[in-house]
Ligand binder design. Structure first.
Ligand code: GDD
Ligand code: MN
Length: 373
């Protein structure tokens, strides 16, 4: 029975699939049809399929893809609701594939699909990874201005210590990879931000056998780029996760950094209240504490916990729960500080011990009470 069914299915598709092209989309309705047409031309002679991964586009992209996929068996789609993130979208698409080679390409046609067969061929013929590069061979960044070039170069330089494989363009989102290599990387992927290729390469702790093929980064014709000011931050998060992430949670590092800024804000407010406004010390200190807590809350809400960001009324509720958490943190801080002081009589050791315990408490408790999932 089973064999009969299986035989029936294999009659439908004679040649096995060779390549899966994963395409992340966020509001790309103006691009997907043209892209598929170009893929069809470029990949003639290869048995390929496309998996689109859409993150709640509101411009009709998923509806359009549904229609296309009903008519064309080579096209599939994963719809993610209430989620965001280029890297994690690509990973989920790739994990849904079963082909020996997986390629990743943007939907907006800025990546030149004409080199896809070369990328595919390189991997099919024995390389583990083949990337489209703007920085080697005939590759170029197209119409980028000097400052974007500098930023890209700087980011590339930052990435080299965390990679065991030398790549001229680790920031590229255009590559083909052997399926088992991707699976090897999968358990260690950081899954933050945009830099999926860098994430994959940095998750494999040995040099990979690679090929590089140059292409010119094109200009977007329809829709707009989703790169915003958060991209830099997400990049830092990826680098942190790949370096210290094994030992401490990245969010704790960010929380700590915000806390340090908070100390600066505290001192500034204290100075203003005390010296400029002439308030009594206790009042000045109290306003500085409230000001610094508010600052820490707002910054953590905007950056550290932007994946669970509180808005409107929830923002106000979150602020008060954060005050509560920090008050208990202060009690713990003083308590532990006093305990250590009684034991060792070193004032600064006691101060630091209290501050660390208080901060870790604030981090753990606010993650639980203020920024609940
Ligand atoms: N599913 C999903 N979710 N797709 C997304 C998301 C997301 O959160 N954000 C962006 N995309 C899709 C876009 O629809 C597009 O197909 C592709 O990812 C790239 O997004 P763009 O907004 O066009 O990015 P870019 O052109 O600025 O950056 C690209 O080029 C860079 C090269 O400098 C990306 O490929 C970068 O990874 C690459 O570094
Ligand atoms: Mn783009």
């Amino acid at each position: 029975m089973f064999q009969q069914k299986f035989a029936l299915q294999s009659e439908v598709r004679e040649a096995p699939l060779e390549l899966c092209v994963v395409i992340p989309t966020l509001n790309e309705a103006g691009n997907v049809e043209a892209l598929l047409e170009k893929l069809g031309i470029a990949l003639a002679g290869i048995e390929w399929e496309a998996i689109f991964v859409d993150d709640g586009s509101t411009d009709g992209t998923p509806e359009l893809l549904t229609k296309i996929a009903q008519a064309d068996r080579r096209v599939r789609m994963i719809r993610r609701i209430g989620r965001r993130g280029l890297s994690s979208a690509v990973v989920e698409g790739a994990l849904a594939s079963t082909t020996p080679v997986i390629a990743v390409i943007d939907a907006d046609m800025q990546h030149d699909e004409r080199i896809l067969p070369d990328l595919y061929r390189a991997v099919a013929d024995g390389d583990e990874l083949a990337i489209g590069t703007r920085y080697s061979g005939i590759g170029s960044t197209g119409d980028w201005d000097e400052s974007r070039l500098k930023i890209s170069r700087f980011a590339t330089a930052l990435a080299s210590p965390i990679m065991k494989t030398r790549l001229s363009d680790p920031m590229s989102g255009f590559f083909a990879v052997r399926r088992d290599v991707l699976l090897e990387a999968a358990p260690r992927l950081s899954n933050v931000g945009y830099k999926i290729l860098l994430d994959v390469v940095a998750s494999i702790h040995r040099p990979l056998k690679t090929a590089e093929i140059g292409y010119t980064f094109g200009t977007r014709q329809h829709g707009e780029s989703k790169l915003d000011e958060m991209v830099a931050l997400e990049y830092v998060e990826l680098l942190l996760d790949k370096t210290v992430g094994r030992f401490v949670p990245v969010k704790l590092v960010q929380f700590g950094a915000v806390g340090m800024l908070g100390v600066g804000v505290h001192l500034l407010l204290l100075d203003i209240a005390l010296n400029a406004l002439g308030l009594a010390f206790s009042w000045s200190q109290a306003s500085a504490v409230i000001g610094a807590m508010t600052f820490n809350f707002a910054l953590n809400n905007r950056f550290t916990y932007r994946d669970r960001q509180l808005k409107g009324l929830a923002w106000v509720g979150g602020l008060f729960s954060f005050y509560l958490v920090c008050s208990l943190g202060a009690v713990a801080n003083v308590g532990i500080g006093s305990l250590v002081y009684d034991q060792f009589h070193g004032w600064w050791i006691a101060g630091i011990a209290g501050a660390i315990v208080g901060s870790v408490w604030n981090y753990v408790a606010s993650g639980w009470l203020t920024w609940t999932r």
